[in-house]
Design a protein around this ligand. Structure first.
Ligand code: WT7
Length: 631
């Protein structure tokens, strides 16, 4: 792996080269892949459109770069190690050769069932190897996958199917999560009733629970693959053809479909995987995310498999059968690189060190975090008790839109600092802007985190609505991609992410739009108006606090609050359920009718001593009433 940075001076040198001559830098890295036709130019771009193209007119198939490129040397090496929810069930180890056969076979199934290049396929599945097979089979035939986290509600699923007009859903009968069994297929059935584009549903048998199979539409996975050839010639696509759509929340109501394309995404996820985690052949790498999120796409499936790594996939939850499960898995499979979310660390930290004691954790070399800021206390706990003081922590900052890790230590190379994502990776040209759009140069500055030059895995558009992409990411600061995060660059030039500066809250590393949660709450017939803000939460990072004006007639407050919680679960999913709901007589509004969230955030945080200027409020008296009723 010649692209691996091994020293701090090596990093500094590579970074400088990547800025001085990005085209040369990225073409050298892209040269280690298998292209059916080489590119005409490395990058063509403007952030006005935006219009970004990497490796223009190059032809490839990303799965050829996983399989055909590696089979000769890595064919018998494990590609996926699968650890089931129940530790007594058998582990599955799938070699590159075997995974290749399964992907080819399923590619043939998809084609036979009517999926062609460019068609959208929804994947709504548990964390089983077939989820990866499904993604890769779509990629192999040039179809576009859109994985929807299997915890989302039927409404959320239907919205996504409708937005991208998907032709097919790949799902399972049910899903094991800890001691629970979740009826996945039932959710799919309910969702499809509200859609018109779905022609076929392929159902994997996982839990064995009863499901309703609609004749002519639903097919069992095991029946669909029976007797189907395990050979398939990859569809050769353009570098800028769509690879996948992944829906994510923003500050406005409806989740948007972030679009990633083939060539650049392939190059960037591989490069960052190899460097950040310092993966060496023979290592076992484990990322605890779900394939329903971008982390699962880039750092369970694509990045590791493109790098020829062994990637561990875990079906279950960190606390089942007990709070030592993660550590049991690390020892059982001799995990070398472990990548998880701060929320999981904090949740496990709450159990103390006892659950860790039975385990050695001596195979670990690198430990990582992603998804939200990690507080210093959790950082030290992770460092001392899991990394045993000897594993570098890679605090990786990135987003669904960035496709790959942007700011992170390179394990063992970049000196770390608790709660700092440290330095940008090669190719990433950051800028900190003040609210007037002025770039703040030098160190010891704080402001809005932007990027001023394209990188290969950046989003290209939001599906079906390019204007929304421009508006959301490229209009706040002209000529820059705006991340939505606040950041500090300290006296050493190190970056510390301060959290979102827009109306997005980060709950356990999952992004929620306040407007999206409000819309769900407002579906309850007794709700008149609502306002949602984030507040600091010990385990989740941020919790959801909802202020709701209700028509209370004939209802008890407790019942109503519970009903509102259920409404949100039904409309979005359990991850969006408010932690606190306060029924209020009114909401603080400006004279122009805008809700003053600043005040609501302060109340939710308990900082009621100094409310700042409330003189512009239409109804200042309501503030006192809300404070009195606050929880
Ligand atoms: C938002 C992106 C990237 C995959 C998981 C989340 C926050 C992400 C960090 C980090 C502080 C972080 C940001 C970002 N975030 N990583 N290491 N330190 N904050 O992806 O759902 O697209 O959310 O997560 O606020 O904007 P996402």
């Amino acid at each position: 792996m010649s692209n691996k940075i091994q020293t701090l001076s090596g990093y500094i040198h590579e970074y400088a080269k990547s800025v001085q001559d990005p085209e040369h830098f990225w073409s050298r890295i892209a040269d280690s892949f298998h292209w059916q036709k080489r590119w005409d130019s490395v990058v063509e771009w403007n952030f006005k459109g935006p219009d970004v193209k990497w490796f223009t007119n190059a032809k490839l198939n990303i799965t050829e770069n996983i399989f055909e490129r590696h089979l000769y040397t890595l064919g018998d090496k494990p590609a996926i190690i699968w650890e089931p929810n129940n530790p007594d069930e058998d582990v599955r180890t799938i070699t590159y050769k075997e995974l290749y056969a399964q992907v080819c076979q399923f590619s043939n199934v998809l084609k036979a069932k009517g999926v062609s290049k460019g068609d959208r396929v929804i994947i709504y599945m548990p964390m089983v190897p077939e989820a990866a097979v499904a993604m890769l089979a779509c990629a192999r035939i040039g179809a576009v996958h859109s994985v929807v986290f299997a915890g989302f509600s039927a409404t959320s699923l239907a919205d996504r199917i409708n937005d991208c007009k998907a032709k097919m859903v790949l799902t399972s009968d049910g899903n094991f999560r800890g001691s629970k069994k979740i009826a996945v297929k039932e959710v799919v059935d309910e969702a499809i009733e509200r859609t018109e584009s779905i022609e076929k549903v392929i159902v994997l048998r996982r839990t064995g629970q009863d499901v309703n199979m609609k004749s002519g539409r639903d097919i069992w996975w095991h029946e669909a693959v029976e007797g189907v050839s395990t050979e398939n010639k990859a569809e050769i696509v353009d570098s800028e053809d769509m690879l996948f759509i992944l829906y994510t929340s923003g500050s406005t109501g409806k989740p948007k479909g972030v679009v990633h394309t083939c060539g650049g995404y392939m190059v960037y996820t591989t490069y960052t995987f190899q460097n950040v985690f310092q993966y060496s052949q023979g290592d076992v790498y484990w990322c605890t995310a779900d394939v329903g999120w971008i982390t699962g796409h880039s750092y369970i499936v694509y990045g590791p498999l493109l790098a020829g790594a062994t990637t561990l996939m875990f079906e279950g939850v960190p606390t089942y059968p007990d709070a030592g499960r993660f550590w049991a898995i690390c020892d059982k499979h001799k995990v070398n690189q472990f990548y998880t979310a701060p929320t999981a660390i904090r949740a496990l930290q709450a159990y103390g060190t006892e659950p860790i004691e039975p385990y050695k954790l001596d195979s670990l070399r690198v430990i990582g975090t992603v998804g939200e800021p990690i507080n210093e206390e959790a950082w030290h706990w992770y460092h001392d008790h899991i990394g045993k003081g000897k594993c570098p922590i890679v605090d990786t900052w990135w987003q669904t839109e960035t496709g790959g890790i942007m700011i992170s230590p390179i394990a063992g190379v970049t000196p770390t600092k608790p709660s700092y994502a440290t330095l940008p990776l090669p190719g990433i040209q950051l800028a900190i802007l003040d609210n007037d759009g002025k770039e703040l140069t030098g160190n010891s500055v704080e402001g809005n985190l932007c990027v001023k030059f394209p990188w290969p895995s950046m989003l290209r558009t939001t599906y079906g609505d390019h204007e929304r992409c421009r508006q959301t990411y490229f209009s706040s600061f002209k000529g820059y991609y705006f991340t939505g995060d606040g950041v500090k660059r300290d006296e050493d030039g190190y970056y510390r992410i301060l959290g979102r500066v827009d109306d997005v809250i980060n709950v356990s590393g999952h992004r929620m739009g306040t407007a999206e949660v409000e819309n769900a709450i407002n579906e309850h017939p007794k709700v008149i108006e609502s306002a949602v803000v984030g507040y600091p939460h010990d385990i989740k990072g941020q919790g959801i606090y909802a202020y709701v004006i209700c028509d209370m007639e004939g209802r008890s407050e407790a019942n109503l609050i519970e009903e509102i919680r259920q409404t949100v679960t039904k409309i979005i999913g359990p991850i969006a359920k408010p932690d606190k709901i306060q029924i209020v007589p009114g909401l603080p509004k400006t004279r122009s009718g805008k809700i003053m969230r600043r005040i609501l955030r302060k109340i939710a945080t308990g900082e009621t001593a100094n409310m700042g200027d409330t003189s512009t409020l239409l109804n200042p008296e309501v503030v006192e009433e809300i404070i009195e009723g606050a929880q």
